[in-house]
Design a protein around this ligand. Structure first.
Ligand SMILES: [Zn+2]
Length: 565
């Protein structure tokens, strides 16, 4: 491709709204262009990269035994009512009505559709196991699209679904997918961390995310350097150290004039935050929930939502708290009736806590569970943090950030039961298929490659996904011997099967070199009057500082060897 003919222009200016490196570089290189919030066009260079990523994924899914299908984007809304996800995903579903006023959704994921399809073709244990996948556009009406391709509303995704006769079969499919995903990321030049994850609205028992570790990631990862445990902060569990304050003592009131926060109360009584109990109020599906947790910990709303199985969870407002008759700043479950109480399991390991007295300016010493209060639910609802103790090995947690590249789930039978995807076993008995699902975002993967492979001059594409292999810089005007030699080289390399960009513009060497670096093509070949004097060209790798002079007679073979074509 000649750059003079290439659709799309490089930009010198960093776009004002681009807050991540990949967003800046994707726009500056003319690879993507925004249509509206979280909705992008891919230009020729960007589309080439996406197609290469797609091919790598397709090769690995086929090698793992997957069969490619293509499912409809438009799905009847009733399927979502049947799975119950009409509510769980209500905020992100794009929906539309057809001419008969029948409601449909634009697929954000395809568990419903694939399970119904499976129910029509899988009847016997002999039809199992099977793995089906597709690479397709998906739609999610994200509240806050951000980061260019990192969080978008229309995106390309590979989703694979496995069907097995039992849990053991599912485990094999799951491990097979872990390996296949790893191969995809390796081939795209990405190092990833496999972390425990919250299953969210997809459901199922066990789920893990592949994270590209980078500070620009929007997910926080909690991990243990000693035993290699890693979890998304939404899911990670820390060991809760017992707060031993001796044998339980009788409760006693203590005046805490004007002290409302844990900070104030602990400071006033000269005790650590961990010796207090904190009350936090939520509204879950319209109902007030009284949450109690140790004073040094924070409530993890995703864990809380999971134990409550709520569709909508939010903090209660101040007027709602007052209307419920709660004394904010001095509230505790001690002696309180009429509320659903959820306690973090931290309250069960420790003695003689200080808690609110449910009267203004009053707290209570020596509160002990379960002697002094009851809870409807006791569970881990605390956020794990760096510095906490690992629940597996008693090492110390550290934290980092990552971009979620893939999310894999052991679904079990939740969808196959609802959509009657069952099979007859050897004894003639019917069972629901045991399912797994495995999703990977292509655009996000492309953005992650840039986040992890760039310098201050631009992108440094790994060869496997680079839009072109070679960038020829012609440092002379059209019609000169230099430009004729560059043209000849362009023809020869292209004929040899290499993908070549020829910078044939009438621009200064500075502009051409800057664009070559910005676009990040792995090999740059410069043809100039100076190199031609020696019947040679200059060859430079984008990832290295030094260049070398290569004789014209050798350059084609040398590049073929380097690129492996
Ligand atoms: Zn550990």
């Amino acid at each position: 491709m000649r750059i003079s003919k290439l659709f799309g222009k490089t930009l010198r200016e960093v776009p004002a709204d681009a807050d991540t490196v990949s967003h800046q570089l994707l726009v500056r290189t003319g690879m993507i262009n925004q249509l509206s919030a979280g909705i992008y066009s891919y230009l020729p260079l960007g589309w080439r990269v996406l197609r290469k990523i797609e091919n790598i994924i397709r090769e690995e899914m086929n090698a793992a035994g997957g069969q490619e299908v293509n499912l409809p984007v438009i799905q009847p809304y009733e399927m979502w009512q049947l799975s119950g996800r009409d509510k769980a995903l209500s905020k992100v579903l794009f929906s539309l009505h057809d001419r008969r006023e029948r409601r449909h959704v634009l697929g954000p994921t395809h568990e419903e559709v694939i399970t119904q399809l499976a129910s029509r073709f899988i009847h016997s244990y002999r039809d199992l196991p099977t793995m089906l996948y597709q690479i397709q556009v998906k739609f999610r009406d994200e509240i806050r699209p951000r980061g260019g391709l990192l969080r978008v509303r229309e995106f390309h995704m590979m989703d694979l679904y496995s069907f097995d006769v039992d849990e053991a079969g599912l485990n094999i499919a799951y491990d097979c997918m872990v390996e296949a995903y790893q191969k995809v990321f390796d081939r795209c030049g990405l190092t990833t961390m496999l972390v425990e994850a919250d299953s969210g609205a997809i459901g199922g028992k066990d789920s893990r995310e592949f994270m590209a570790v980078t500070e620009s990631g929007e997910d926080e990862i909690i991990y243990c350097p000693d035993c290699n445990y890693a979890g998304n902060v939404e899911k990670a569990v820390s060991a809760k150290v017992s707060i031993d304050n001796g044998e339980p003592l009788p409760v006693e009131e203590v005046a805490t004039p004007g002290m409302g926060t844990i900070e104030e109360v602990a400071g006033f009584l000269k005790i650590p935050h961990s010796h207090t109990l904190k009350a936090v109020f939520y509204i879950a599906d319209g109902q007030m929930v009284f949450v109690v947790i140790r004073g040094d910990l924070e409530v993890n709303e995703i864990k809380l939502n999971n134990v409550l199985k709520a569709t909508e969870l939010r903090m209660a407002t101040e007027p709602e708290v007052i209307e419920a008759g709660i004394v904010a700043g001095a509230a505790s479950p001690v002696g309180l009736e009429g509320f659903k109480v959820v306690a973090d399991d931290s309250v069960t390991s420790g003695t003689n806590f200080v808690a609110g007295g449910n009267k203004p300016d009053t707290h209570i010493r020596n509160v002990n569970f379960p002697r002094d209060f009851k809870a409807d639910i006791i569970a881990d609802i605390a956020s794990a943090r760096a510095g906490d103790t690992c629940h597996q090995c008693s090492g110390t947690f550290a934290s980092t950030r990552g971009i979620e590249l893939g999310h894999i789930f052991k679904l079990g039978t939740i969808y196959s039961e609802k959509f009657d995807a069952s099979f007859i076993d050897e004894k003639g008995e019917s069972h629901p298929s045991v399912m797994g699902c495995y999703g990977m975002g292509l655009g996000r993967l492309m953005a992650a490659v840039i986040e992890l492979n760039h310098d201050d001059k631009g992108i440094i594409w790994p060869l496997s996904v680079a839009p072109y292999h070679v960038y020829i810089c012609t440092l002379s005007r059209e019609g000169t011997p230099v430009s004729q030699e560059a043209e000849k080289l362009y023809e020869e390399l292209t004929a040899a099967g290499l993908e070549v960009l020829l910078d044939d513009r009438e621009d200064s060497p500075g502009v051409k070199f800057n664009d070559a670096d910005l676009l990040g093509i792995p090999f740059r070949v410069t043809v100039s009057p100076r190199t031609l004097e020696k019947n040679s060209v200059e060859l430079k790798k984008r990832s290295e500082k030094e260049s070398e002079i290569v004789p014209l007679t050798d350059i084609v073979d040398k590049l073929k060897e380097l690129i492996g074509s």
